[in-house]
Design a protein around this ligand. Sequence first.
Ligand SMILES: [Zn+2]
Length: 413
Amino acid sequence: MTQGSGGTILQKADQLASFSAMENGLTRAYLTPEHKQAHQQLADWMTEAGLEVWQDSVGNQWGRKLASNPTQPTLVIGSHSDTVVNAGKYDGNLGILLGLEALRQLQDIELPYHVDLVAFADEEGVRFNTTLIGSSSVAGCFQPAWLDIKDDNNVAMGEAMLDFGLSPELAGQDARSPEEVKAYLEVHIEQGPVLEDANQAVGVVTGIAGAKRFQIAVKGMAGHAGTVPHELRLDALCGVAEMISAIEAYGLKYNVVATVGKCEVKPSAVNVIPGEVNFSLDIRSAVQQDLEQACTELFSQLEAIAHRRELQLSHELTYQAQAVPCDSKLQQQWAEVVEIQTGTPASFLASGAGHDAMVMANITDIGILFVRCEKGISHNPREQVNEHDVGVALECLVEMIKRVSSQDTVSST
Ligand SMILES: [Zn+2]
């Protein structure tokens, strides 16, 4: 049964990947026709699995396995259906499909609570440059100001919601309260090489690294590439090159990962000294204190570089998420089901990537299981999982859904 179900899930992942803005690859952003099509497909599959389906105020797709006599709050299982540009098929989507198959298998089993499966419509933040919109709405963290954020085509999120058939004034109004939710479970590909290195199909997540993102502007003076000698230049890009090297050196030395992924040069002409550079900085650590310290120390280094080169430096914090621990009782339960399914003690690991679970932690206890992915590759069309591992993850999730019911209350950490 395990192997067959794993295969079914992989087939469905292929089908979902066809709802894409790209001809020969997968890109699915928030509030796009592809989002609508993928969620319609998920709704159809949810209905087939006996779930009651609905779309919420920000376009998340839900399916509920109804309990005839719920005596406990609702258990929520989910992940995200949106993708990065030219993505793999499993990041986010695998967790939704595992939840779907698990609830299909549990269709005839009576549980003391409803189980809700959710496909969050935005986690990656590709379109509006703000991440985790879907889970933020559910967890009561949706900011109405987000409705004014514009995409690259100058379409505001509120407008995009209207075009999609949603009412922007209702966005986030249907948030869940902590009393209504028993726990949140998420299964996700690891997106790193740790499980492959440990030769484990799945692993129990201890917590999610905190992250901060900054938009940094460095201003110098544009000038003629032929007439201004080097000692008289205020070359913003040369300053930024030095800053990026300092950022990399810091990440190599300390307990953080620091990445400059976006860099815009102005005026960006072959014969003009760069007068201004805007770049992004993403810093993460599983230890909140290390993250805070890294930000302070790095910015003082960047300031020193700017000062020495007579450049103006300014920065804006565009996103931050605290390091979030997973509930210890749920970790222990995942470990028990993993050991039963694999016959070996479970591996524990921290998540360096952000997940919907970290937002859901605002309203409930979270438990995450990682699935091995080939060479740890993700955010890439080469992202790959194997059928055996998906089967193991499925069995673990089915057992976990049943096991959560065997406890009266989930402990808080
Ligand atoms: Zn993801």
